[in-house]
Design a protein around this ligand. Structure first.
Ligand SMILES: [Zn+2]
Length: 440
């Protein structure tokens, strides 16, 4: 349940000019790392109805750079629909596909900087590989990577992730339900999809907005090969840095969010340890709405070293959740990098990165110094080697197109380029057998 380490000694003032043993140095380094890193305590709970919700809980993953080994934590929820194959496949393969898209031996700052791009590549590769297996079903994914005080969340679908820190609420995931996301309705429609409600006998329209063919309520997911390819796996990614007071992350499937508001979820578990908090949230959600869907919750407490629990602070302001809009983007069409001054006054949670765009060229693009750490002739999505001259620039077809010189990249292989064009509605989806059946 916990990645809490053994107590690190704080007496590292030795070595007064004389020789210091390697063991002492290592011990010193170890204790410094522990002081700088938060403790990660997590709990989860699930109430099963269809058996299509899956969780990924890996509080200690290792990363090697140079002679150092550091750890990071990964948590995820996969809410499957139309079967559980996509959810299981994503749970088993997504992390590897993300890590493959990160060059080895990066220092921590560079590792964190390339993570949003690697998440995009990993989500698309997972979707593409799953579709190659020609199985039906799809899944939402909300994937959280915690490295030190930096939290990076990538999401497709509607399994939301929120953060409470010092009494303020932050929303770290997107909501890709067509019913609430006008920008996504516009994108899907522009790419050739049809968005509308279910028609019943007599012509009445019922239920949430769905995308046709397929009848899916979501605009993004992994899998869903029987739906148009404009239902893309490109995740919304948000990266924030917590202050050293820490915070509580709550990731839930829609079984919880359909029953409880963000505020009531935070309220019902305040003061409880992570494990009991997750159980309480699921219990409240089921009590409120009955067990109508799989109901799953992961609670992760990010705590200052050797603190046992978060301080119980009242919400900053009652009722409205003022801070939750602070990080909400005006438009998902552009990425944002905030300077420190923007949030200096708040000094609670600093936003490092956010981008929710479905434009792949934008999501894979790199500034010049950053591109030098990537192999110039590997596909930016699936990482296979591309022979010189055979790659296709992600900017091909846009105003930035032209001959491919060493950095007109990033480059895609032929297969990933075809995927890109299908996602943009430029070529027909792989499955032309259009269904007009109901169901999610
Ligand atoms: Zn590729």
């Amino acid at each position: 349940m916990s990645s809490r380490g053994c107590s690190g000694g704080s007496s590292c003032s030795g070595g007064d000019g004389g020789s210091v043993s390697l063991a002492t140095l290592m011990k010193r380094e170890n204790s410094i790392e522990k002081m700088e890193k938060p403790d990660i305590l997590h709990g989860y709970a699930n109430h099963c109805k269809k058996g299509e919700d899956f969780t990924f809980l890996k509080p200690e993953c290792q990363r090697v750079h140079g002679n150092c080994v550091s750890t990071f934590s990964v948590f995820g929820i996969f809410d499957g629909h139309n079967g559980s194959a996509a959810a299981i496949y994503a749970k088993e393969n997504l992390l590897n596909n993300i890590l493959r898209a990160i060059p080895s031996n990066l220092d921590r700052d560079k590792w964190l900087a390339v993570l949003p791009r690697a998440l995009v590549a990993g989500f698309i590769k997972t979707d593409k590989d799953f579709q190659d297996k020609a199985q039906t079903s799809g899944t939402t994914v909300t994937f959280v990577i915690i490295d030190g005080w930096v939290v990076t969340v990538a999401s497709v679908g509607d399994s939301r992730c929120i953060l409470e820190s010092e009494g303020s609420l932050y929303i770290l995931s997107a909501d890709h339900r067509l019913d609430v996301n006008v920008e996504e309705v516009e994108r899907v429609t522009a790419s050739g999809g049809e968005v509308g409600r279910l028609h019943v006998a007599g012509g009445a329209e019922i239920g949430p907005l769905r995308c046709w063919p397929g009848g899916l309520c979501l605009s993004r997911s992994i899998g869903d090969m029987d739906v148009g390819e404009f239902i893309v796996p490109i995740p919304h990614v948000k990266q924030v840095k917590l202050s050293s007071t820490g915070g509580r992350l709550i990731i839930c499937s829609d079984g919880v969010w359909d029953a409880l508001s963000f505020e009531s979820v935070l309220r019902c578990c305040r003061g409880l340890p992570a494990d009991a908090a997750a159980k309480q949230i699921v219990k409240d959600a089921v009590q409120f709405k009955g067990l109508r869907d799989d109901t799953t919750c992961i609670v992760v407490d990010i705590l200052p070293f050797e603190k046992i629990s978060l301080p119980i602070l009242p919400p900053k302001k009652q009722g409205k959740g003022v801070f939750k809009n602070m990080f909400r983007k005006k438009s998902s069409e552009s990425s944002t990098h905030h300077s420190d001054e923007d949030y200096a006054e708040l000094d609670i949670v600093e936003e490092l990165f956010e981008d929710g765009s479905a434009v792949l060229a934008q999501r894979l693009d790199l500034d010049y110094p950053m591109c030098t750490i990537f192999g110039h002739f590997a596909c930016a999505v699936c990482q296979i080697d591309i022979k010189p001259g055979e790659g296709i620039s992600v900017h091909a077809g846009s105003s930035k197109s032209g001959s491919v010189c060493p950095w007109d990249g990033p480059l895609l292989c032929t297969s990933c380029q075809a995927k890109k064009e299908a996602m943009e509605g430029k070529i027909p989806s792989r499955d032309s057998s259009r269904k007009k059946a109901g169901g999610e």
